[in-house]
Design a protein around this ligand. Structure first.
Ligand code: BTN
Length: 239
C-alpha cells in the first residue's frame, strides 16, 4: 500500500472520492487534520488535529457484488480490533462497525462504495478514524483512545503502518468463513441482556444479541419473546 500523508484536508474520504479515477487500488490518504471529517448518518467526525489516525484506503478490483461488499465491513472491523489487540487492548465490535474498548468508542469507519454495471463493486473508499493520542473528548462523553487505555504516546506514522499490515494480512480472507467468525466472536454485548430501541416501531425493550446473519443483519432476541433481525439504522443500542 502507498501512503500519502496530507497536512490538512476537509475529509480523507471526500478527497479519495474526488481523486478516485486517478488513484490506484492500495492508495492510502492519511491526514494530520480533517476540517470536515464525515461520520455515519451524515454526522461530523470530530478529532483533534495531529492526535489521531484519520485515513482512507482506496480498494479497487475486488471482484465483489454489491451484497458481498458487507465483507469489507467485516474485514475492516476485525483488522482494527486485531491491531488494537496487538497493542494490548481488548476491543469489541459494536454492530455494524464501531470499535469499542471498555464500553467506549475508540474507532469509527465510513465505507463508501462505487458500483458498476451488473451491480459489481468497482471501488471502495474505506475511511477509518482511530483515536490514538487524544486524551480529552469534551464533545463526546463516550469516547476513548489508545493512549487513554495504555497511558502511552504513539507515533501516528508507525501506528498507521502497523494497522495497514494487519489489514493487508487479512485481505486474502475477504471471502472466508474465518473472517465472519472472527467478526462474530468480537461482537459487543453478545449474549448479554441490555436495552435496545427498535427504530421501526419506536419501542424500547430488553433483549440479547444472538449474532449477525451472513447478510449483515443483527439478530436480537427480545426477552419478552420474539426474534428480531435488523438492518443498519433500524435499531439503536441504549448505552
Ligand atoms: C462514524 O463512526 O460515524 C464513522 C467515522 C468515520 C471517520 C473517518 S476519519 C477518516 C475518514 N474520512 C472521513 O471524513 N471519515 C472517515
Amino acid at each position: 500500500m502507498i501512503i500519502h500523508w496530507l497536512d490538512s484536508i476537509d475529509s480523507t474520504n471526500s478527497e479519495a472520492l474526488r481523486r478516485l479515477p486517478e488513484l490506484p487500488g492500495g492508495t492510502v490518504l492519511a491526514a494530520y487534520e480533517q476540517t470536515a471529517g464525515r461520520g455515519q448518518r451524515g454526522n461530523t467526525w470530530f478529532t483533534q488535529a495531529g492526535k489521531n489516525l484519520t485515513f482512507s484506503i482506496v480498494l479497487k478490483d475486488l471482484s465483489l457484488s454489491a451484497p458481498e461488499a458487507i465483507r469489507l465491513n467485516y474485514l475492516t472491523s476485525v483488522a482494527v480490533a486485531a491491531y488494537l489487540e496487538s497493542r494490548g487492548v481488548k476491543a469489541d465490535i459494536k454492530w455494524p462497525n464501531d470499535i469499542y474498548v471498555n464500553g467506549r468508542k475508540i474507532c469509527g469507519m465510513l465505507l463508501e462504495n462505487t458500483l458498476g454495471p451488473g451491480g459489481r463493486l468497482l471501488a471502495s473508499v474505506v475511511g477509518i478514524g482511530i483515536n490514538i493520542n487524544q486524551k480529552e473528548f469534551s464533545q463526546l462523553a463516550n469516547a476513548t483512545s489508545l493512549g487513554l487505555c495504555t497511558g502511552r504516546e504513539y507515533g501516528l506514522e508507525e501506528e498507521l503502518e502497523a494497522f495497514l499490515s494487519v489489514f493487508e494480512g487479512l485481505l486474502p480472507q475477504l471471502s472466508s468463513e474465518e473472517l465472519f467468525a472472527a467478526y462474530s466472536a468480537r461482537l459487543f454485548r453478545k449474549g448479554v441482556p441490555a436495552r435496545y430501541h427498535d427504530l421501526l416501531s419506536d419501542c424500547e425493550y430488553q433483549g440479547v444479541i444472538e449474532g449477525v446473519e451472513p447478510d449483515g443483519r443483527l439478530h436480537i432476541r427480545n426477552l419478552d419473546g420474539g426474534d428480531y433481525y435488523y438492518r443498519f439504522k433500524e435499531v439503536s443500542y441504549i448505552l
